[in-house]
Design a protein around this ligand. Structure first.
Ligand code: GLN
Length: 449
């Protein structure tokens, strides 16, 4: 178990420590597009970055969208307030897929690139958070996941990404994608560091009615469950690496069980119905008046005025507005939206049963890290299919974490562990024990940051 936070506190730092980091980070950022804003003024404390859809007082917060350009919130999100209160220092706003729409970090003005090899994607939508975590030894990222946005980039960049139980952390100050699905979570280089900040950030917040006061537990389970339908979706190379990993895990005395859960097939379509329905209502507030981008010319006709404003959205945001508005329209609502909610309930019940006496484990992504050019060629449905393993726990509100378990052709590959609601620490404890047997050295050295 390695805590970079405690290591940092006990370490002598050279006088120009922060200046050096900022210089190097800016240089890297020009190539990788990890940050939308870097805080030049940081000069003390353990650095934390904030995904660009989480509000920081006095700092432009755009969710990487052109429509929110210039929006500067006059308040901190609750999670940011807690970090500052606990002595962490704000390092910058990290790049992401616009409003969280994507799995690869390329649905934005400046596509994010993998820090190990910039021909490859960093993963998304919390792409910048993962790159920053891979670049900086002493740093923690505040990120957010709706359907896999923490797990996916964490896996592709070789760091630990943790998404808590829905409601365990306040969402106050988050620019909503889908309110019933969004979770603020963290990325770090070790599970121990995530445990430290999770303890400081959880709990009921009067400013978010969906936040919970239920304490988080650390109930270990002796069994690991693998869902066979998910293994069938895994690329052959990933599959054999994952099976080798399961073999190693046996040395930690886990019993491994394969279970069939045919209903899991419905999770991707049901998730994309619920998430786009909610996204389309959330995006309705961006009209060129109140937040960010303003249409200056008031002599414009009604349609021209709003077309100019709404045209600031990127392609994927527009697609989701159209899809989400359709699935919740009166004539088809029962067929799509209501049915998707029923599927969510059914999946929660089925998965909850499995989590009673086990943890779920799977690869994080069904494929190896793809190249940016390959991903650009994917159709929307091909791209959505890449979320097969990250959507079930996200859709159902179960805590989960992705961690590196091996390297293939020089790139890290991640596995995802899922636990029951409010048993969040069990996921981190599982990773602690894996870190003890895995040679957890970063296989790449991106500089002495
Ligand atoms: N890829 C998923 C989506 O586009 C999840 C993204 C997220 O978690 N924000 O909806």
């Amino acid at each position: 178990m390695r805590s970079y936070i405690s290591e940092f506190e006990s370490k002598e730092k050279p006088k120009d420590y922060y200046t050096k980091i900022i210089e190097e980070l800016k240089r890297k950022n020009a190539e990788l597009n990890a940050f939308n804003i870097i805080n030049d003024e940081i000069n003390s404390g353990f650095p934390f970055s904030v995904k660009d859809n989480i509000c920081v007082n006095g700092v432009e917060s755009t969710a990487s969208s052109k429509i929110l350009k210039t929006y500067t919130p006059p308040f901190d999100a609750t999670v940011v307030e807690k970090f500052k209160h606990n002595g962490f220092s704000f390092l910058g706003k990290t790049n992401m897929d616009e409003f969280g729409f994507g799995s690869f970090g390329i649905n934005c003005e400046k596509p994010a690139k993998n820090p190990i090899n910039s021909d490859y994607v960093a993963g998304g939508s919390s792409s910048g958070a993962a790159i920053a975590t891979a670049l900086l030894k002493y740093h923690i990222a505040v990120a957010e996941s709706t359907g896999g946005s923490i797990s996916a980039p964490a896996a592709f960049c070789g760091v630990v990404g943790f998404t808590p139980t829905y409601g365990a952390l306040s969402r106050y100050g988050l620019i909503d994608y889908a309110n019933s699905l969004d979770k603020i979570g963290f990325m770090a280089r070790s599970a121990a560091d995530i445990r430290t900040v999770l303890k400081q950030c959880t709990g009921r917040d009067g400013k978010d009615t969906t936040s919970s006061s239920q304490p988080l537990t650390d109930n270990p389970k002796a069994k690991l469950t693998v869902i066979t339908e998910l293994m069938d979706k895994t690329d052959e190379k990933i599959k054999s690496a994952f099976l080798r990993f399961l073999d190693k895990i046996k040395s930690l005395d886990y019993k491994i069980e394969y279970v069939s859960l045919p209903e899991i097939e419905h999770s991707i379509p049901a998730y994309y119905i619920v998430s786009t329905a909610e996204a389309s209502t959330n995006l309705a507030r961006y009209t060129g008046f109140k937040y960010g981008f303003k249409v200056e010319d008031f002599s414009k006709k009604y349609n021209d005025f709003f077309t100019e404003a709404r045209n600031q959205f990127g392609m994927e945001a527009k697609r989701r507005i159209v899809l989400g508005t359709f699935v919740r329209s009166a004539s088809v609502k029962d067929k799509y939206y209501v049915k998707a909610l029923k599927i969510r309930r059914l999946l929660i019940n089925r998965i909850k049963r499995l989590l009673k006496d086990s943890l779920l484990i799977s690869p994080t992504m069904p494929i190896q890290t793809p190249k940016i050019d390959e991903v650009k060629k994917l159709s929307p449905t091909q791209s959505y299919a890449m979320d097969a393993f990250t959507i079930p726990p996200n859709f159902c509100g179960f805590p989960h974490a992705s961690f590196t378990y091996d390297y293939l052709a020089g790139m890290p590959i991640g596995a995802q562990i899922v636990t029951d609601q409010f048993n969040d620490y069990a996921a981190l404890s599982f990773i602690d024990s894996w870190e003890n047997i895995f040679d957890y050295k970063f296989k790449y050295n991106i500089g002495a940051l």
